[in-house]
Design a protein around this ligand. Structure first.
Ligand code: XBP
Ligand code: MG
Length: 240
């Protein structure tokens, strides 16, 4: 098999955005709207099994007596909170508090230098991807990422494989010609559900992820089975 693309998840894989960004931004949006709601770390870990910020908010409201009583009321509040949350998330990114996880940028740059196409297959909203990648890789980052698919681009979010299947068809590749990079239970299910071999680097909230279906698992990309994860190792391992 030849390696013809890398397909990256974003949240939790490229950076600890859930822990340091999204959860904090949701709480700021609750506060801004005068809601006495707060997602602490333990409850956010559970909530992350619902992919998509709006979906997560709607699901949370179903169990609250102080949330709007109608479905349309809950959805409208979720959309308003999510718009605010996206703004707070951007402010957190701009404040510079969110760095790439170890080894990620080295591997991305190595792939870019080698002319290996990279794709993004994420559940988060597109403005979050643009902002994060511009901060991490600079304004020309799209040159190395011909395919960027975000939450807006799919009908069904992870753990459904749609975003990965769409990434493969847009790249014009079969699943055995690419590798996916994931951090979470829903993400691993989505990538493997699309038939992709997956490099799993469990993130803060997914230290207990079941790893059996991952093709490779390591604490982060700076601590692979042979040290920092490099393209030549991945290719050798694929051919073994
Ligand atoms: C990411 C998500 C997203 C983020 C928040 O999952 O599920 O909902 O938590 O972003 P994955 P939004 O890493 O598996 O793609 O609020 O923009 O949805
Ligand atoms: Mg993720």
């Amino acid at each position: 098999m030849s390696l013809r693309a890398l397909i990256w998840d974003v949240d939790g894989t490229v950076a600890e955005t859930e822990h340091e960004g999204h959860r904090v931004a949701f709480n700021r949006a609750f506060e801004e709207c005068g809601l006495a709601w707060h997602w602490d770390e333990a409850s956010y870990r559970e909530r992350l099994h619902i992919a998509g910020g709006v979906e997560r908010l709607v699901a949370d409201m179903a169990g609250r007596s102080d949330a709007p009583q109608t479905t349309s009321g809950r959805e409208a509040l979720a959309r308003d909170l999510h718009r605010r949350k996206t703004r707070h998330y951007a402010e957190l990114l701009d404040a510079g508090g969110i760095q790439a996880r170890p080894g990620v940028l080295d591997l991305m740059r190595e792939a870019a230098d080698a002319g290996l196409p990279q794709a993004i297959a994420t559940t988060t909203a597109r403005p979050n991807v643009d902002r994060l990648f511009e901060r991490l890789l600079g304004s020309g980052w799209r040159a190395a990422f011909p395919v960027v698919l975000a939450g807006e681009d799919v009908q069904a979010k992870k753990p459904h494989p749609e975003v990965y299947l769409k990434a493969l068809s847009t790249l014009g590749l079969q699943a055995d010609e690419a590798l996916a990079f994931e951090d979470s239970t829903p993400g691993l299910a989505a990538a493997t559900g699309a038939g992709l071999r997956t490099v799993l680097t469990p993130s803060h909230y997914f230290q207990d992820v079941a790893r059996e279906s991952a093709w490779m698992c390591c604490p982060d990309l700076a601590q692979g089975p042979e040290g920092p994860v490099r393209l030549d190792q991945l290719v050798r391992r694929l051919q073994a």
